[in-house]
Design a binder for this molecule. Structure first.
Ligand code: NAP
Length: 283
């Protein structure tokens, strides 16, 4: 890749961001598309987000960026326009520079759904459990209702935050089946769930712990899916435990691929080379 005086800059803003495979995936795609772009990591602390966005705004060659943990909700008041899908979900993971400033959207819901939609399941009869109540959890809630799950249980650690989550998501998505609980309720919910999704950072990078233990996973019905949105390491402890118990494990790499493909199309206006991106991720 040749960086020149007219190269446009894309990137990912997060903390931590060192584990992210987005730069490898996007730079492979950019090279295959023959575009004069580069995609770089931007490590930004939560309290520095507004300063970072102001700085990026002043650099005319910055065309857009992704957001990851912990910025997907905090970015929203800093944007000039938000797409309907991001407004409904209440989280933004992709931003591009428009004529009148930053435009934010959400490509996580699409990415989250792709690997589930190819699985043969009677979703209308399968309650889902989502561990965590941050930005990715919001995309997962929207995705589970889109699949047809009748009830979606969200597990969090802060009762006040959970109440707010329930209120806003029920209103934004216009759904009736959303329930929120603290972690102490998890064991009562697992025996009926067809799908448990980890949207917390527990087990990411060098953290070798799991958000649920083997005994808890053992409560789930046969054939249930354990979906970890984390993709580094592969597999996470959570998915190792799930596999050992005969559950269906699914990691976050396919989600990363498909949310990234839609993001690249949003920035460049060109179709993304999905097979090149998959190969760069080792899929
Ligand atoms: P986020 O908005 O910061 O949300 C993280 C959530 O996890 C919050 O609800 C937080 O609870 C909870 N949490 C954090 N540490 C916890 C702990 N020790 N115990 C219990 N709960 C804890 O982050 P995010 O953007 O949603 O990302 C979450 C994860 O999903 C990250 O690992 C990210 O890499 C992954 N992800 C993957 C993809 C993909 O394409 N595969 C896409 C999106 C996200 P509090 O609210 O109480 O702090």
């Amino acid at each position: 890749m040749q960086v020149s005086g007219t190269t446009k800059i894309l990137g990912i803003i997060g903390n931590p961001v060192g584990h992210s495979l987005s730069p490898i995936m996007h730079n492979a795609a950019i090279a295959a598309m023959g575009l004069n772009y580069i995609y770089v990591p931007f490590p930004v602390e939560i309290q520095e987000l507004a300063t970072a966005i102001k700085g990026l705004e002043a650099i005319a060659s910055v065309s857009g960026f992704n957001l990851t943990i912990p910025h997907k909700q905090e970015i929203m008041p800093l944007l000039n326009e938000i797409t309907d899908v991001a407004r409904a979900v209440g989280a933004v993971n992709t931003v591009k520079r428009g004529d009148r400033g930053w435009i934010g959207t959400n490509t996580d819901v699409h990415g989250f759904l792709v690997p589930l939609q190819v699985m043969e399941r009677d979703w209308q009869h399968l309650p889902a459990i989502i561990l965590g109540s941050g930005g990715a959890a919001k995309a997962a809630v929207a995705g589970c209702f889109e699949l047809g799950c009748p009830v979606v249980h969200v597990i969090g650690r802060d009762e006040l935050k959970l109440k707010e989550f329930h209120l806003t998501m029920t209103r934004q998505l216009r759904v009736h089946g959303l329930r929120v609980h603290t972690w102490s309720q998890l064991d009562n919910l697992l025996p009926l769930a067809g799908l448990v999704i980890n949207t917390t950072p527990i087990g990411m990078g060098t953290d070798s712990s799991s958000p649920v233990n083997s005994q808890q996973l053992g409560l789930m019905p046969k054939g249930a899916i354990a979906y970890d949105l984390i993709y580094t390491p592969r597999p996470t402890k959570f998915l190792q435990l799930a596999q050992a118990l005969g559950l269906t494990p699914l990691d976050g790499l396919t989600m990363l691929l498909h949310q990234g493909a839609i993001a690249l199309e949003f920035w460049t206006g060109h179709p993304a080379p999905i097979s090149v991106m998959a190969e760069a991720l080792g899929l």
